[in-house]
Design a protein around this ligand. Structure first.
Ligand code: 6CS
Ligand code: FE
Length: 300
């Protein structure tokens, strides 16, 4: 049996062919009609665009506590010896700290907070668990870009996430402006899956979390998506939030300003969408970046 056929069959083929494959999304964007903190009109907007923003999800007093905790983790000498701390590709500055809800009580409380988990349940139409949590520091002066990508393309291929039934909630710990590398999203891009060209290297996360080269869209499909939908620059003050579908095409530019763009990212997956065998045919990624055991988030 050839390697290609040995892999788990999927409609969302990526990193398997010599040409990029673009297929329409097969799943709903908003699952079910559960009540929750999102107003009905905003939910319709989320369904259409693939994301929504909240001007003040967490108040500034709370953010100060979250920020202190994030910087404490980034400076923790013990954590520094683990793979949870990811450094910038061309400096030893901390780019991200992963699994923050597992190493910090402050973030363990936050992921169960109704303002976040309630929104995730409402969108995913089920109980939820944390697939991945992280703080991306995007430091000033030399915080490097996150090139265009669909998170689902990675989570499907490298983690075995079956369906597009996950949502990321990003909370701004510092101001996200037009100039300091705030997130850019292509509205409506969540409705097509753009397969990528290029086989997944071994232990790819050690490279991709620093600078992603594999699992990124080809220029023609990127240009087509931008031509059709444009680009939304997501700016917001401290405590603002971005809620976005797992398959949104998004990225962020390098930050050469003196102002850090530090955001928390909590990724909720439906308990009905647990990880299985990775579809790219590679071994599953470690738990700190993709949780394989479902622990439904409590209610706080
Ligand atoms: O590989 C991942 O799971 C991570 N990579 C990116 C660029 N976004 C999602 C996530 O942090
Ligand atoms: Fe991402």
């Amino acid at each position: 049996m050839s390697l290609a056929t040995a892999r788990r069959a999927t409609a969302y083929r990526s990193r398997l062919d010599s040409e990029p494959l673009v297929v329409p999304r097969r799943e709903p964007v908003v699952w079910g009609d559960l009540d929750g903190p999102i107003a009905p009109d905003d939910l319709v907007d989320y369904d259409r665009r693939g994301f929504l923003t909240v001007d003040q999800l967490v108040d500034t007093g709370e953010v100060a506590v979250l920020q202190d905790e994030a910087f404490r983790l980034a400076a923790d000498p013990e954590l520094a010896t683990t793979e949870l701390v990811v450094r910038e590709p061309d400096s030893d500055q901390v780019r991200s700290v992963f699994d923050i809800h597992r190493v910090s009580d402050v973030f363990a409380d936050l992921v169960a907070d109704e303002r976040l988990a309630g929104r995730a349940r409402q969108i995913l139409g089920s109980e939820v668990y944390v697939h991945q949590s992280r703080v991306n520091f995007k430091p000033g002066y030399r915080g490097r870009e996150f090139y265009w990508h669909s998170d689902f393309e990675t989570w499907h291929g490298e983690d075995g996430m079956p369906a597009m039934r996950a949502v990321s909630i990003s909370v701004a710990l510092t101001e996200n402006t037009e100039v300091n590398g705030s997130v850019m999203i292509i509205p409506g891009s969540h409705r097509v899956f753009v397969g990528c060209v290029g086989a997944t290297p071994e232990r790819h996360y050690r490279q991709s979390l620093r600078s992603q080269q594999v699992g990124v869209p080809d220029d023609d499909n990127l240009a087509r998506l931008v031509g059709e939908h444009g680009i939304c620059q997501i700016t917001g003050g401290v405590g603002s939030a971005l809620v976005f579908d797992s398959n949104c095409m998004h990225g962020s530019n390098s930050n050469i300003t003196p102002f850090a763009r530090s955001n928390l990212f909590i990724v909720y997956n439906s308990v009905d969408n647990p990880l299985g065998t990775p579809f790219a045919g590679t071994p599953p990624r470690p738990e700190f970046v993709a949780h394989r055991t479902v622990h439904p988030v409590g209610r706080r």
